[in-house]
Ligand binder design. Structure first.
Ligand code: ATP
Ligand code: MG
Length: 580
């Protein structure tokens, strides 16, 4: 007997109107379908239908983790500051970390992630290589005081994550588990019916270098990615950028200073000099922790990527308006020629073969044209400084990159010894030597995935859930609240439940139009519509929410028909990624 619910008592308050702040389809639909309600910015309650879908996602994640030998456990959300001080992240994490004091004035945080906690957990107990590898996971509420909590479940301040951590004696062992996780994550996306792409990524706050993000492709996604037909795909922050070059026909000439009154922007400069924007060079200024001034030179038509800037000059902070005034440098006219003494000039690799640079002269209202690195100025470092964009070259095959937007639903990392070393978590290896664990960590945004599914499957009326995520599989809609029609509907409902189908009966005293609208809004994958006219001919109508197709099915065959339709829908979502 599967779940059988009655709409008349179900707590699923559907809405006609939603708050204007709900910009994205997933946010609007989750509110309208009565699946979530806001408690505060980025903080939500999951009502019964929302919880059912969320629980299904958790269950899929759980099965995939169990299948690769990760063990489920639960760690506390509340974590003492000492652990974060050991790793250095108490300071590094910044205001996103939700901190508080207990009654004795001791510092704590609400976990945004659990590397510190899990490392401290095993460090005195997992002592020898014989106990390795170990992989554990939990499904838990996480807290991040995001600058801009928005888009409903896509970016919450309290959200549900599955986080797994693994400990290894060797790099081979870490790689093996990372690969297993990668496949498990692919399978999770496939079972959720997501159109997805694994992409090379940046590790950000977490640390480590080898990492992949799983992107649910969606116009509304906050992440920009590039990909190539050869299989290469990366987050634009992580892609090694191959900016197409625009070979000049001119020979290098003497550089000379040009009076450029009122020219502030690259567009104005290009217009004034009558050259394309990509032939100009934009200079951005930053400061290193030791006070050194850094000038980043990038092609005029591209932007300096802050993450890449940090790679090229660790710890650099870009200058603010008031810094320019204090340092007495002309913001609109920076350039690599004769910068203030001691300035570190870092230039984007794509500029290395430029014949002539059009740059700021470090003097208000002047620019220099035909400047050449090595002749007119020195570049201390050539680096990859700009975010990749569609049309750039593929760093693997040289083809042309295409662009897409995505929602990061999950990410896998090889952490190496980032936490074990700073927190003194060691084991004794075969020779009895103490060595820090090699670690991996692996996160799935469970609540974000729920919203991501909707971002790929919404329409005017609501959502067309994949059967694996739908709150229930089937709804029976008798179009009358009593008599023969209602009785037939109720019978089909209980027969379906007995056949193992999760089914809801819309027994509310509502007009047919309202029942239809709510059914499409909530998005039950299959609807069985029981009406007077059909019943007189011995048939009911079965509607497939995803395709909109309707079929008249004899009453006596409806259970078999629906059961096989649900089974077929499930089979279509069977994962294609297999474990070796
Ligand atoms: P983002 O770049 O989107 O802020 P992240 O890279 O900081 O995410 P991770 O630390 O990799 O996030 O966390 C693992 C997963 O948790 C993410 O892939 C994402 O699905 C989910 N997640 C992270 N932050 C949030 C949030 N604020 N709300 C909902 N889910 C989130
Ligand atoms: Mg991430």
């Amino acid at each position: 007997m599967a779940v059988a619910l009655r709409m008349s008592v179900l707590y699923a308050p559907t809405l006609k109107e939603v708050p204007a702040e709900a910009e994205l389809p997933s946010h609007r639909i989750l509110l309208r379908a009565g699946m979530i309600r806001k408690a505060a910015a980025g903080v939500y309650s999951y009502l019964p239908l929302g919880w059912r879908s969320l629980h299904k996602i958790e269950q899929i994640v759980r099965e995939e983790m169990d299948a690769i030998g990760s063990q489920e456990m639960l760690m506390p959300a509340m974590q003492p500051s000492e652990l974060w001080e050991e790793s250095g992240r108490w300071d590094l994490y910044g205001p996103e970390l939700m901190r508080f004091q207990d009654r004795h004035g001791r510092e704590f945080c609400l976990g945004p992630t659990h590397e510190e906690l899990v490392t401290s957990l095993v460090r005195h107990e997992l002592r020898t290589y014989r106990a390795l590898p170990l992989s554990v996971y939990q499904i838990q509420v996480k807290f991040r005081d995001e600058v801009r909590p928005r888009f409903g479940l896509l970016r919450g301040r309290e959200f549900i994550m599955k986080d797994a951590y693994s400990f290894h004696a060797t790099q081979e062992s870490l790689q093996e588990h990372y690969d297993a996780m990668y496949r498990a994550y692919s399978r999770i996306c496939e079972r959720l019916g997501l159109e997805y792409r694994p992409v090379e990524a940046e590790s950000g706050q977490i640390g480590g270098k080898v990492t992949t993000e799983f992107m649910a492709l969606a116009e509304s996604g906050e992440a920009a990615l590039v990909y190539c037909d050869c299989g290469y795909a990366a987050n634009v922050d992580a892609a090694s950028t191959v900016v197409p070059r625009h070979p000049r026909t001119t020979e290098p000439r003497e550089s000379h200073k040009v009076h450029t009154p009122d020219v502030r922007t690259i567009a104005e400069l290009a217009g004034f000099l009558d050259i394309p924007e990509h032939d100009t060079v934009k200079t951005m200024a930053g400061k290193l922790p030791d006070g050194t001034l850094v000038y980043f030179c990038v092609p005029g038509d591209r932007e300096l990527n802050p993450i890449k800037a940090d790679w090229a000059a660790p710890g650099v902070v870009l200058l603010e308006e008031e810094d320019f005034a204090a340092l007495k440098i002309p913001r609109g006219s920076l350039g690599p020629v004769d910068p203030p003494a001691g300035t570190l000039v870092i230039a984007d690799r794509s500029l290395e073969h430029e014949v002539a640079w059009g740059v700021g002269a470090n003097e208000n209202d002047y620019h220099i044209v035909d400047a050449l690195p090595g002749r007119d100025f020195e570049v201390a470092r050539w680096a990859d400084l700009v975010g990749a964009q569609p049309g750039d070259g593929c760093p693997v095959c040289g083809g042309v990159l295409k662009g897409a937007r995505g929602i990061e639903v999950s990410q896998v990392f090889q952490l190496g010894t980032r936490y074990s070393e700073s927190m003194g978590a060691t084991f004794s290896d075969e020779d009895g030597a103490e060595r820090p664990f090699l670690m991996g960590c692996y996160g799935v945004g469970v609540s974000r995935s729920l919203a991501a599914v909707i971002e790929q499957r919404f329409d005017e009326a609501g959502v067309a859930w994949p059967v694996t995520v739908a709150p229930l599989e089937v709804a029976v809609l008798p179009l009358m609240t009593e008599g023969e029609v209602f009785d037939a509907g109720e019978r089909i409902w209980s027969d379906l439940a007995a056949a193992g189908i999760e089914v809801v009966l819309d027994d509310r005293d509502e007009r047919a139009g309202i029942k239809f609208n709510d059914a499409d809004l909530i998005g039950w994958p299959f609807q069985v519509i029981v009406g007077k006219r059909g019943l007189a001919e011995g048939v009911v109508e079965v509607k497939d929410r995803a395709t909109g197709e309707r079929e008249n099915v004899p009453v006596g065959e409806v259970v078999a028909y629906v059961t096989s339709a649900v089974a077929a829908a499930k089979a279509a979502l069977a994962p294609t990624t297999t474990h070796p």
